[in-house]
Design a protein around this ligand. Structure first.
Ligand SMILES: *[C@@H]1O[C@H](CO)[C@@H](O)[C@H](O)[C@H]1NC(C)=O
Ligand SMILES: *[C@@H]1O[C@H](CO)[C@@H](O)[C@H](O)[C@H]1NC(C)=O
Ligand SMILES: *[C@@H]1O[C@H](CO)[C@@H](O)[C@H](O)[C@H]1NC(C)=O
Ligand SMILES: *[C@@H]1O[C@H](CO)[C@@H](O)[C@H](O)[C@H]1NC(C)=O
Length: 480
């Protein structure tokens, strides 16, 4: 081979390599992290974990695990950000910060105006054709437009994959990885590399991967907390942004059940930062004014299950069953449901575990209503599966802040039943008129778009709705 051939071969291999890499990234699935994460694997006596969590003061921490985590994982990635000190640069920086705040004020004013001038349908009917599912469609449409125009997220570069800058894109916690990967893409419109132009700062670690790689199956979440507190310490000592607001314009995002537990690692992270989590239990410190609920979207091999894809047959499929449930008995609500309804009524198939010869999604697609009781945690992927299968969700949970509930009127496409009313479930469901049911179903079919992940993301889809939840919370924040 002569020199030319060598060069050509070299180029060719680089090209093939890049194509493979782009493919791997855009599919959001890196094969060697290809775990099939089942929620049940992480079930554990909660009281055990809580006890060890509350008892472990700072001084009791295992120094070794902290050091291992800090040194091996939090190695600085690439950039050399030394704080600029020249007065001229400082001034420019201040101006950029002021521009950010002025932009936010303008956005607030225009959203307020849209909210009060209310119901000029021509303004939002193209983007939001079904106005009745929204609390205030005109405010939402304005706020969304403002977000598209202005919103910028700074993604911290510290830390290394897989714990940071990566996440699961399959199975129950897929939304965690899909969001992280989307923000990591350098061309994401909402990402800025200039922290002085950012509205919010993202801590891009994955709680699911923390559990996968650091958890020792000993009922002790300490390595997770150690990691999170180290991460905050690292970014708050290296950059000025965290200290400026005590983390209030920072956000973390986790679908794993242990998201809240991990966020307890740092007082400010828990109480001040925006926490975007599937496990949104308002009696465990979830604060809807600053925190946002992440929809738990289960994906099979990175895709919606074939039986749940949008189709005409779904709309017309006959629904002989009144209501359906199958699932493990755990958490505070399910035992009550199964106690009253397990294989009691032929109209309402309720199972603990579905017998092998029966198909779960066939039941969802052939039932009018699907029970969505809380399990170990308030959230469950069943809720989104019910939306996908056009089976009206019957939400049975306590203290669960529903996803996007500050924007969506859940009562227009779901039924919420108080846990104390479980014995009356059949009576409640049969008393819903056919007209009302048809309207719930139409709306359910319509809101599906807000709970779908697309690659690349589409306007008003789950990725953008999550981003919009963060944008709204940032708008409520005034920096001094
Ligand atoms: C980082 O920046 C400092 C100050 O400008 C410089 O002295 C140092 O060599 C830089 N380090 C690297 C790795 O570029
Ligand atoms: C609604 O908005 C459109 C477009 O700005 C405007 O032409 C129309 O007059 C408005 N209608 C009402 C009732 O305010
Ligand atoms: C932020 O505050 C922490 C704790 O008070 C301090 O250790 C750190 O150096 C501060 N960071 C900066 C960039 O000044
Ligand atoms: C929500 O939090 C409360 C308080 O910790 C707890 O008692 C309850 O079981 C939680 N709900 C679920 C479904 O885990």
């Amino acid at each position: 081979m002569d020199k030319h051939q060598h060069t050509r071969l070299y180029f060719l291999s680089i090209c093939i390599g890049s194509i493979a890499l782009v493919f791997a990234i855009s599919r959001c699935s890196i094969s060697f992290f290809d775990y099939s994460l089942q929620k049940l694997e992480f079930s554990f006596p909660e009281s055990e974990l809580r006890r060890s969590f509350y008892n472990a003061g700072d001084e009791n921490r295992a120094v070794d695990s902290r050091d291992v985590v800090s040194q091996q994982i939090l190695s600085v990635r690439s950039r050399n950000d030394t704080l600029q000190s020249k007065p001229e640069k400082k001034k420019k920086k201040l101006n950029r910060r002021r521009t950010v705040e002025v932009g936010l004020s303008k956005a607030r004013a225009s959203i307020r105006e849209a909210a009060s001038s209310n119901r000029n349908a021509t303004l939002f009917s193209v983007d939001l054709p079904n106005a009745q599912v929204y609390r205030n469609p005109s405010a939402l449409s304005q706020s969304y437009l403002e977000m598209e125009k202005r919103f910028k997220v700074y993604v911290y570069e510290e830390g290394e994959p897989p714990l940071v800058h990566d996440g699961p894109c399959k199975s129950v916690y897929a939304v965690e990885g899909r969001f992280i990967m989307e923000m990591e893409k350098s061309r994401t419109k909402f990402r800025t590399y200039d922290p002085d132009q950012a509205h919010v700062y993202f801590l891009p670690f994955s709680v699911t991967w923390l559990v996968t790689y650091l958890y020792q199956y000993n009922y002790d979440a300490e390595p997770l907390r150690t990691f999170a507190s180290d991460y905050v310490r690292l970014i708050s000592s290296k950059h000025p942004f965290w200290n400026r607001t005590s983390g209030a314009d920072h956000f973390m995002l986790a679908c794993h059940d242990w998201g809240p537990l991990t966020s307890k690692a740092n007082e400010d992270l828990f109480h001040k930062s925006i926490r975007v989590m599937c496990n949104a239990n308002s009696s465990e410190g979830f604060n809807p004014a600053k925190d946002a609920t992440l929809p738990e979207i289960k994906l099979y091999g990175g895709e919606v299950h074939p039986q749940l894809r949008l189709s005409k047959t779904l709309m017309t499929s006959p629904r002989p069953h009144l209501a359906f449930f199958a699932g493990g008995v755990h958490g505070p609500v399910r035992p009550i449901l199964l106690d009253h309804w397990k294989q009691r009524d032929p109209d309402m198939p309720v199972f603990e575990y579905l017998p092998k010869h029966l198909n779960y999604y066939d039941f969802m697609r052939s039932s009018k209503y699907c029970f969505c009781p809380s399990g170990y945690e308030v959230a469950s992927p069943r809720l989104i599966e019910a939306i996908y299968s056009e089976c009206i969700p019957v939400i049975l949970s306590v203290n669960f802040v529903l996803p996007f509930s500050d924007i969506l009127r859940w009562e227009t496409f779901s039924v919420q039943v108080d846990v104390s009313e479980i014995p009356r479930l059949k009576e409640i469901l049969t008393s819903i008129s056919d007209e009302k049911y048809q309207s719930l179903k139409r709306n359910l079919r319509y809101v599906r778009r807000h709970f779908e992940l697309n690659d690349p993301p589409k306007r008003y889809d789950a990725f953008h709705m999550i981003l919009h939840s963060i944008w709204l919370r940032r708008l409520n924040l005034r920096l001094t």
